[in-house]
Design a protein around this ligand. Structure first.
Ligand SMILES: [Zn+2]
Length: 888
């Protein structure tokens, strides 16, 4: 059942707010020990207890006035209270002690340190106080702090306000101890125009009509939480809400007229909440959980898990029936599952400091994946997705520029850079491996006891490990967990086998897989490995340097990392690999995928013959899992890229590759059939995209035909094909087509569609059109949050052009990217370059413009370019030899 709640009903439900007090006091006590050691940029002399915030934003002028009183505790005598604040001015600042005595404070601001000091003539004795101040701040146009998003509607342009505080931008909204360890409770009051909806973390407690026609909306007090989870949105919204099984009010909020497009997400929320209440054994603790859709985009996030008020950009949340594909539905579901997982892992129990960010992001990624597979098995029938996640992380982790899952972070910008493939992808992969190692029941017990123990408080990684050791004693758990979270890098397991007296004896030896340091001395890991021969029982072993496993019989080929839960690559001795390849069609899909992904990575660095990979790609049967064909397709794209500097050979290769992929595409055709499951639908669009890239004349003509027909017949672009067909057309666009797409973008009144069209304008292969897109990105025409996306879009096909352009227009581009993301944004533009000079240019940019502690992303991009250039040189002769054998 779905019902649209009236305001009165919302207030009635709000009365069921639980009492957080006793659990919170427990967490406070547990936190005392951490307080002395946790990293902080503030003095340890004062801590906040409760904030009462009252703000009045002026959306038109992009500024706001605020008032805050902070109940705090002075722990050691001091003459100053230092907290964090950015772009703020202060007035009427005073401190009141427990006896009601007030004293004035002198305020000084340190912009570089992002803090404000309230100093007093006499030292404050330890005890309770309330610090009150008026302040005013800025409303931004990029997604950090309190920010405005303008968007088109059929009635004209609209502006809505939202907040985004992770990792360290609450200090742009309220002067605060803006570090995750400093949990407090929050009262929020907001003055808004009549007719605007105001959404916060908690249900509305009261509404007061003001004399000037505005309204003051007051929210209920939040539970004890970190500042980065505070949320506010104001705008012309609709909300649809319903009760969950557990009497939590779940709701979706979107721009007026669009809330219906969030009903899929609302249903998903109900299913996911039920699953998580069960998994964690602790029910979702707030009275309501909203998910708020916002137009526009950020370069760095799609959604944010604010407690009780998740924020998600429309492109990853709303499903417009005319254009939403199966892939869109999957994205909405898994993103919603990710953000809801944070309501426990992150919000209820929060990492003490950004060193342990993976506790948030690794867990949310892993649990969202696990829950999506459980609730929608039809989206991943072969269970191969986790293998893609782990191999994706290995790509980054095999470079010297990688970092351990648990890493030390000092600055705000370093914290911001920690939101990367290691923290998310490797974090999730290591959890999946450890869960497999201790068993899913023991793992869940460990998670439950960790959540119970640290609810409303903070924790570090070893707190979780302690809970796990108790749940699964005696398994060297800690050794394995530390090896994979405290060390950088990817283990390599070399496998060989012999037949002794009718039994297979497998020898495993651990080395290290690296992309950029072939002579590196391997690190040491204790690696859980599962070994299996044919359909036999898998045998588990902990490889500590080397290991020996015996399996019955000698006939079936042996596979290592059976089920692909282990975070390592496998290098088989040649005869063993050949035996597996010969038996390829009989392997489970997940192991077919693992074998191919590892062979590809190992061939890439010269550890395995190129022919092993290519032969494998050619022998994937027509009826293999669709994901395998996606992999064939991407393998062929990789070879195509290797041949870029040899136009003639690339042309011949493309003809060969087209023929190979067309055989599979013919079994699917253009039209979606009712019985096609999600993976087949995605394979269809994937093949259209790759065949378009390989300039398949039939695919290009059909895409063009459908695009032309769509202006009079929308059915020519069914939702499942629309984005793919437009992508093929836009990539190959000539000036006339580009102008037509431009006209479509300008005339569009749906924010989401308009953003898509501007994205398409940035994807042209033609360099002159790419330049036009770059120029347009700076004009403001595409909208404040689309400019940076357009430059990124151009960088896929033209990395050097995009990077040089952005650097040349740095002042303008800086305004299109939120400030803490610049250290990532510029280097990524050039990261795909094939020119070694670009690596030097990226380093030069970093030296000139980035803090020395914020250059990892730049160094990663530069080393990636150099390494790929070197590996290309080494690979090409082998690839060419294989092609020659086939007359190419
Ligand atoms: Zn997350």
């Amino acid at each position: 059942m779905r019902r649209i709640l009236t305001f009165a009903a919302a207030l009635a439900l709000a009365g069921t707010a639980p009492c957080f007090a006793s659990a919170e006091r427990g967490a406070e006590a547990a936190g005392e020990a951490l307080a002395a050691t946790v990293t902080t940029q503030l003095p340890r002399t004062v801590r906040p207890v409760h904030y009462a915030i009252d703000v009045a934003p002026d959306a038109g002028a992009l500024r706001f006035d605020g008032r805050v009183s902070i109940d705090l505790e002075v722990l050691e005598a001091t003459d100053r209270i230092v907290l964090q604040a950015v772009d703020m001015t202060f007035s009427d600042s005073a401190l009141v002690d427990a006896g009601g005595k007030s004293r004035r404070a002198k305020v000084s601001v340190d912009a570089a340190r992002q803090n404000a000091s309230f100093t007093f003539r006499r030292k404050l004795k330890p005890g309770r106080y309330t610090l009150a101040t008026r302040y005013s701040g800025r409303i931004g146009t990029q997604a950090n702090g309190l920010f405005a998003l303008d968007y088109p509607t059929a009635e004209g342009s609209r502006r809505a306000l939202f907040t985004q505080f992770e990792n360290s931008d609450a200090r742009r909204f309220v002067p605060s101890w803006d570090e995750p360890f400093h949990k407090a409770t929050f009262d929020l009051a907001v003055t808004a125009r009549d007719g605007d909806m105001v959404v916060g973390n908690m249900p509305v407690a009261s509404v007061e009509d003001l004399a000037d026609g505005r309204r003051k909306v007051v929210f209920q007090t939040t539970p004890r939480m970190s500042t980065y989870l505070l949320f506010l949105a104001i705008g012309e919204f609709d909300r649809i809400a319903m009760p969950s099984d557990g009497d939590v009010e779940i709701g979706v909020v979107a721009q007026r007229g669009k809330a219906e497009q969030a009903l899929f997400a609302l249903d998903a929320t109900a299913d996911i909440l039920r699953a998580y209440d069960d998994y964690f054994g602790v029910a979702y603790p707030l009275p309501k959980l909203d998910n708020i859709a916002a137009p526009g985009r950020s370069q760095f996030f799609s959604a944010m898990e604010n407690w009780g008020a998740i924020f998600t950009f429309e492109h990853s949340f709303l499903l417009d029936p005319a254009i939403a594909s199966t892939a869109d539905r999957q994205r909405v579901f898994s993103l919603t599952a990710h953000e809801i997982a944070h309501q426990w892992f992150g919000n209820l129990v929060t990492m003490a400091w950004w060193d342990d960010l993976w506790l948030n992001e690794g867990f949310a990624t892993w649990l969202a994946g696990r829950t999506t597979r459980a609730l929608h098995p039809e989206w991943d029938r072969s269970g191969v997705r986790p293998a893609f996640t782990s191999r994706g992380a290995m790509g980054q982790d095999a470079y010297a520029t990688s970092h351990p899952v648990v890493q030390h972070v000092e600055t705000v910008e370093q914290a911001s850079q920690a939101f990367d493939g290691i923290t998310y992808g490797k974090g999730a992969a290591v959890i999946a491996m450890l869960e497999d190692y201790v068993g899913e029941n023991a793992w869940r017990e460990g998670v439950r006891s960790y959540i119970r123990r640290h609810a409303y408080g903070n924790a570090v990684t070893d707190d979780l490990w302690r809970a796990m050791e108790q749940a699964a004693p005696g398994r060297q758990f800690l050794a394995v967990a530390h090896d994979f979270t405290r060390q950088t890098g990817v283990p390599l397991i070399r496998a060989s086998s012999t037949c002794v007296d009718g039994r297979t004896v497998v020898t495993l030896a651990q080395g290290e897989f690296t992309m950029d340091r072939p002579d590196k001395t391997p690190l040491h890991w204790r690696v859980p490995v599962s070994v299996r021969a044919g359909e036999g029982e898998p045998v588990r072993v902990l490889v500590d340097g080397t290991a020996r496993v015996e399996l019955p019989g000698c006939e079936a080929p042996v596979r290592v990392n059976a089920g692909q839960k282990g975070y390592f690559r496998t290098l088989y001795e040649p005869t063993q690999f050949k035996a597996l390849a010969a038996d390829f069609a009989a392997l489970p899909a997940v192991d077919q995928l693992g074998l191919m992904l590892d062979a590809g990575a190992l061939a890439g660095v010269g550890l395995q013959p190129e022919a092993d990979l290519l032969d494998l790609a050619m022998q994937v049967p027509l009826d293999a899992a669709p994901e395998l064909w996606q992999l064939v397709s991407s393998t062929l794209e990789e070879i195509d890229d290797l041949l870029r500097d040899d136009a003639q050979r690339q042309k011949a290769f493309r003809a060969f590759a087209r023929q190979h992929l067309a055989a599979k595409f013919q079994t699917l055709g253009w039209e979606v059939r009712g019985e096609d499951d999600a993976t087949l639908r995605q394979l269809r669009t994937g093949l259209i995209r790759t065949l378009g890239l390989f300039e398949d004349p039939q695919v290009l003509a059909e895409a063009r035909r459908r695009f032309d027909a769509s202006s009079s017949d929308p059915a020519a672009l069914p939702a499942e094909l629309r984005r793919t067909v437009l992508g093929v057309v836009a990539r190959g666009a000539d000036a006339g087509t580009w102008d037509r797409l431009h006209a479509m973008a300008r005339g569009e009144v749906s924010a989401m569609l308009r953003d898509q069209y501007y994205g398409l304008l940035a994807s042209a292969a033609d360099a002159a059109l790419a330049r036009r897109a770059l120029d347009m990105a700076l004009t403001g025409e595409p909208g404040a949050t689309n400019g940076a996306a357009m430059i990124s879009g151009v960088s896929f096909e033209h990395p050097d052009l995009a990077f040089d352009f952005a650097v040349a227009h740095r002042e303008q581009v800086d305004r299109l990217v939120d400030s803490t993301s610049r250290a990532r944004y510029y280097p990524r533009l050039g990261a795909g370059s094939r020119k070694v000079e670009t690596a030097a240019n990226i380093r030069a940019f970093a030296e000139r413009h980035l803090d020395s502690r914020s250059r990892r992303e730049a160094e990663t991009a530069a080393v990636g370019i150099e390494t790929r250039a070197r590996l290309r040189e080494a690979r090409l002769p082998h690839v060419n030899a294989w092609l020659l054998q086939r007359g190419i």
